[in-house]
Design a protein around this ligand. Structure first.
Ligand code: NCD
Length: 305
């Protein structure tokens, strides 16, 4: 496996399966009353968050701590970044502190690649702009595998604001590697121009795609990244692309509903669908810790789990 995890596209099928299988082993630890392993004792993991985050930051912190690593949490607010310090100088400071792994979330697509040229430790991309979020794709694949079994030939539908979603891009790449068939459904204005080159299908008709889906992943409408009007109104968006009760009924009986969070309840997903027994939304959060443990464990090259 590579020293860094920056793009889901860098993972060969064997790498991806190794991460998922390692996570499966580590999940057993998370079920114990004492959830800690000594594997990364003496190692330092720095969480470098320049953008807001709830679950991803907490999840990486919990993962590193469960493996007994020392964790330093850095958030741009309240740091010298607000005094204008550059990413490079921040990186060199971390380097001086001996970080073995740096987990970075940044609003600029590509920031983790730059960081990887300045630090000696492993760089893990926890979301860079609208580009990628590989550990989210891994935890999504892990959640699907636990509910549906092998992903080979499975039909996954990803719906909504693909244009601003690093989750969508990482999922398309990883799911393709794992043999699943992905269909993106979005208004034309919320699809990137490059989507034709992605290994997936595109549809504008959610009602036609739902009956053929094994999993449907709803994306958050990312208003904070929108600098123009991409759809006429929230109501109109919800009517055409929201997963409400009637649409949910069109899914096959054993299909699952996913969302990376945070949700706009009532917009891309109805509250009763989000809270239904076929929703994996809470499981995805729990699985996030397990997947991040597996990633840190494999990148930092611990011994046996
Ligand atoms: C996503 C993100 O930050 O890219 N959330 C997450 O990591 N759980 C998706 C989003 O913000 O909509």
């Amino acid at each position: 496996m590579n020293r860094h995890l920056i793009s889901a596209g860098d993972l060969a099928k064997d790498d991806a399966l190794l991460i998922l299988d390692t996570a499966e082993e580590l999940a057993r630890v998370s079920e114990r009353s004492i959830k800690k392993l000594p594997t990364l004792r003496g190692r330092t993991v720095v969480n470098l968050f320049f953008e807001d985050s709830t679950r991803t930051r907490i999840s990486f912190e919990a993962a590193a701590k469960r493996l007994s690593a020392d964790v330093i949490n850095f958030s741009a607010k309240g740091s010298s970044v607000s005094k204008g310090e550059s990413l490079k100088d921040t990186a060199l400071t971390l380097e001086a502190m001996g970080a073995d792994a740096v987990v970075i979330r940044h609003s600029a697509s590509g920031a983790p690649y730059r960081l990887a040229t300045w630090v000696h430790g492993s760089v893990v991309n926890a979301g860079d702009g609208t580009h990628e979020h590989p550990t989210q794709a891994l935890l999504d694949a892990f959640s699907m595998r636990r509910r549906l079994g092998s992903l080979e030939g499975r039909k996954v539908t990803i719906v909504g604001d693909v244009l601003h979603s690093r989750v969508a891009r990482s999922n398309v790449l990883l799911l393709h590697t794992l043999g699943a068939e992905v269909t993106l459904v979005a208004p034309p204005t919320l699809l990137p121009v490059s989507v034709g080159a992605w290994p997936c299908e595109v549809s504008y008709d959610l009602d036609a795609v739902l009956p053929k889906s094994d999993a449907v992943m709803m994306l958050r409408v990312q208003k904070e990244r929108m600098n123009a009007a991409y759809f006429p109104s929230e109501r109109e968006y919800s009517r055409r692309y929201g997963l409400d009760r009637d649409r949910f009924a069109k899914l096959p009986d054993d299909a699952i509903v996913m969302h990376p969070g945070p949700m706009n309840r009532g917009m891309e997903i109805a509250a009763e669908v989000a809270d239904s027994a076929r929703s994996t939304i809470v499981e995805q959060v729990a699985n996030g810790v397990t997947i991040r443990m597996a990633v840190l464990y494999l990148l930092l090259g611990g011994e046996t789990a």
